[in-house]
Design a protein around this ligand. Sequence first.
Ligand code: S3P
Length: 455
Amino acid sequence: MNQNQKNNKPDGRVMAMQSQGLFGEINIPGDKSISHRCVILSSLAVGESKITGILNSSDISCTINAMRSLGSDIHLQPDMCTINGIGIGSLAEPEKPLDFGNSGTAARLIMGLVTSHPISSVFIGDESLSKRPMRRVVDPLLGFGAEFDLRDSEFLPVTIKGSNLPIPISYDMPIPSAQVKSAILFAGLNTPGVTSIFEKQKTRDHTEKLLDFYGYNVDIKESAEGTKISIVGQQELRPVNINIPGDPSSAAYPAIAGLVCKNSNVTIKNVLDNPTRDGLYKSLIEMGANIEFLNERSNAGEKVHDILVKSSSLKAIEICAKRAPSMIDDYPALAVAASVAEGISIFRGLSELRVKESDRLAGIKYFLEINGVEASISNDDLIIKGNPSGIKGGGLVKTSLDHRIAMSSLILGLVSDNPVYIDDSETINTSFPGFIDLMNKLGARLEILELDSDS
Ligand code: S3P
């Protein structure tokens, strides 16, 4: 028996205890989507780019390592990432398989990139990434003339033979996915002629915005039916100096903690404010959250602001499926807010959550239920019965290599009568290195548990 069992504590690696009075001003890590794209685009620019505020996490390391293996010269220092780009069309054939770890974004975006270069590569990933569907991206990329050999026709590992003479495609997106859209745009960069995509539902538009920022012409036509994005291949990307703003999906955790913990007042500085990513904040305001957006300003083609949250009494919300793309990563965090809200919340149209780092639809229901919150799934909808008078807690959450389930469980623990435990804090480094220290700096009670060596 180990010490934790002797103390009647489950063997969780991190314990979250009820907390009050979260207070202070914090900066959060750089936006994950923009960080991936900046590493890729700077590697393809002609000349030296300087990036500050880049997310220094395991997901971004995968993109950096892959781009280095493809020939890019990347120097990562604590405060600055300097990249000497090699120009579009100059990717080198990697000597070893490219390991994408836990990162679906890195794997899918770079899959697009190698599609239109005459090189062979092998893509591998961790247990979670190896279960995630790849046909959604491979099917359109086949149109460029590349060859893909996937495990069971769907999964990593995949061997890719890029096309010698890539052919441009015009693609109607069957699902709303910024990763698929961006993979196609990246394939189009080294493809002569016009590559175009039509999306009925708008997804995050960082690739389009950054292409423009790197001096690459992008044609965007909005209509009542949707958005058509077109690029002419083989233009030149010019190097940039860029400061990456804080990630609104990471800001979600201290923001929701500040709302649900009593007597709190938290400011999160320098957060990306993009209408394709703001569904969570719209939803929180509809739930009655006391949130102010301050110091609105522009940065590298995006807007940023500071977010001030104060403890709030929340009411339940019904969120339509149409809003899902603008908050797709934020449902686990919002589920915590719904757990303490007055009434029954319904989040509709969450089929895409089933193919994230874990089956997140099932994962949310699971981490809520083992902590005493009533939750159910009906088709693709999630239903949560809020209880403003308290959450039982006490559950040990198996995080299944899913950083967002891990962080959301810990936030739930801050408003639970009994501590909530997670089995693996390592997974949080996927998107939010320093999460535990930062939350504790605000006054949260998160404790890393030392396990006995005989456990
Ligand atoms: C991302 C797109 C989204 C999101 C992911 C990051 C991106 O995935 O869930 O965390 O940077 O393009 P989908 O494209 O699968 O919706």
